[in-house]
Ligand binder design. Structure first.
Ligand code: BTN
Length: 250
């Protein structure tokens, strides 16, 4: 199903920035970054991406049933949170948006996945250029099944048995995202951090975290104020990690 976008919905989305609705694009993040420097917020949504990418430049599966969108924000404005925190704010906003729209409790698998049960529902990819960051969100939305090489993924339809309007979900995401940006930039980051911990899929869990350099195994004991994971490794050391792939282990 391709969502029909109504005038009312368009107006709702356009309140947050200039709106670019595309049938096909290589990557909504690239398109959004090409708009950087104009100093205006932009929202880019595509029905199809030919070169959608995930973290570590992995290919990202998306089709017409997906939500594939990027929000371009400019970071050199007063009270703007640190750009490295945007991934966490986007995870929180997406998790809240799914809860509000579909009534499902999702979790945030640090640093950039939104999960349902232990399956991946959505991913976030933040990329910067000059004074701007493209916050890319990719969600499996209305698929009845997903490619066989993605056994650990789920769509919102597979979880709920019904179809969802991607623009409705996107509007919920944007509202939550801007609220979190404002809260975080205006001294409310302690509350944002508490909310992130509360929704975390890995807090106090035993995990394996693969970074560029090595694999760490241990228990997550905290998220620090920069959103980094504090891990007590099996050998008893405390390590602080700012990026990596986390997966629960026994
Ligand atoms: C990940 O889980 O590795 C992040 C996936 C991010 C995918 C989205 S889809 C919209 C935007 N455009 C891209 O090319 N990637 C992001």
């Amino acid at each position: 199903m391709t969502s029909e976008v109504t005038g009312e919905r368009l107006a709702g989305l356009a309140r947050y920035g200039s709106l670019h609705l595309l049938d096909e694009v290589d990557s909504t993040n690239d398109y959004a970054l090409s708009l950087a420097g104009k100093n205006s917020t932009a929202i880019v949504v595509a029905s199809r991406q030919t070169k959608g990418r995930g973290r570590f430049r992995r290919p990202w599966f998306s089709d017409e049933e997906s939500l594939a969108a990027s929000l371009l924000v400019h970071t050199d404005v007063p009270d703007f949170p640190h750009p490295s925190f945007l991934t966490h704010l986007a995870g929180l906003a997406l998790s809240r948006a799914v809860e509000q729209t579909a009534g499902l409790p999702t979790q945030i698998r640090w640093p950039n996945d939104v999960t349902l049960g232990d399956k991946k529902l959505a991913g976030i990819l933040c990329e910067g250029r000059r004074n701007a960051v493209a916050v890319g969100i990719g969600m499996n939305l209305n698929q009845q099944s997903l490619p066989e090489d993605l056994p650990e993924a789920v769509s919102l339809s597979m979880a709920t048995g019904r179809q969802w309007d991607k623009f409705y979900l996107l509007e919920d995401f944007l509202r939550e995202m801007f609220a979190s940006i404002e809260q975080s930039g205006k001294g409310g980051s302690a509350q944002v951090l508490a909310d992130l911990k509360q929704r975390s899929a890995i807090m106090h869990r035993r995990v394996e975290i693969q970074t560029f350099l090595r694999r760490h195994v241990g228990t997550v004991v905290d998220l620090d104020p920069e959103g980094r994971v504090v891990l007590r490794t099996d050998s008893g050391r405390l390590v602080v990690l700012s990026a990596g792939d986390a997966r629960k282990v026994r």
